[in-house]
Design a protein around this ligand. Sequence first.
Ligand SMILES: [Zn+2]
Length: 475
Amino acid sequence: MRTIQVYNTLTRKKEVFKPIEDGKVGIYVCGVTPYNDPHIGNARPFVTWDTIRRFFAKCGYEVHYIQNFTDVDDKIIRVSHEQGKTWKEVADHNIDVYFQSMDALNVRRADVYPRVSDTIPEIIEMVQGLVDKGYAYVVDGDVFYSVEKFKGYGKLSGRSLDDMMAGARVEVDERKQNPMDFAVWKSAKPGEPFWESPWGNGRPGWHIECSAMSLKYLGRTFDFHGGGSDLIFPHHENEIAQSQAFCGSEDCFAHYWVHNGFITIHEEKMSKSLGNFFTVADILKKYPGEVLRFFILQTHYRSPLDFSDERLKDAQAGLMRLENARRNAEELSAKDGAADTAKALAEAALSAKESFYTAMADDFNTALAVSYLFAVAKDINVYYNEVVNQGTAFDKENFGKAKDAFYDMAEIIGIFEAKAEEKSDEDAEIDALVEERLAARKEKNWARADEIRDLLKARGIVLKDTAEGTRWERA
Ligand SMILES: [Zn+2]
């Protein structure tokens, strides 16, 4: 199999990926807390991981991808009180909204979407295990993890306990043995959801949830753990401390930690108070989902990603160039022809595809990879022009090879997936008119055909009659 290099946050270097089980890859990505609409910062890890898993699958791996929903959380409880709904209603609604947003971004579904509320027995078992082994202690129905007991605490974020305490605004809690100790179980407060436990009624702490869910679905050892770089500390640091203490081995839990970079808006941090906070739905009002996806992937996942209308427009223009090549490729491949005119095109496309895979295998460098997609698109357009406008005889076999390479790359990037049923009502109406005009022409009803052409023209639609049929574009 192809050698794939990955930057591992844990070791702070690029490493050759060695799967735990040959030919298989297990991935756990921290999912959303479903209390509001997903914002564009949420979109980045999911688009990134969707692309990484597509790449692994293309390289022949069997991918097992788990992404949770943190459906028991302070924020959900707060929103449920504000809206007069149950925590479950709030979570269910926002999970639906999450899926709508991700569908628009062509993010394929995970194999399992565990919810915290479905994992309570496993979480309690883990907390009990930590108490039994002396890594956690119980105070008045709360259970705290003792960071001093775990030798490797700080290994992911590269910070010592002293550094952490100097840098953190730690609330004084007399019940904690060390200020950095964190809750793995919280006693029930009035008006909050709770479950019975050996320590009384309560609910899990955030970090233990992901430890328990990844253990349940991927086992004690798995390949990748991913998420935004804001999760490195404390969330992922604490997950490691809990999981490795529970399993009793430093080798257990994720082998590779992969974190995507921050998002900024016009080079400022995105925040509600700055008034530059955008949800995925906000962006989708102005741009198709594929544009947002393509925009995200044009930057390497570890680099900061800066949003601006201008940069989204650039991404849209780039995607339109690729889309145009796709249309040309579709049109050409409907033709027959046994000439030998596309040999160089096929060779160039296969070589571009190899370069694309090499870029992806170097820490998932989508930014470089898409440049090869553009190169093939350009070649396809040149060949299209030669065949359609300059009379070059068509070479179906070699052109097919170039087209396959082009589509293979596009599939990893996750574009060209806008489905017919997702067409807007207006697009469907235009399609119908174009069809009707075609039928009128076949019946030699030129008056009706011209009438439809004028009708479409008035709506800003330009028709292009080609040998293979009629295409339409917005002027
Ligand atoms: Zn998590």
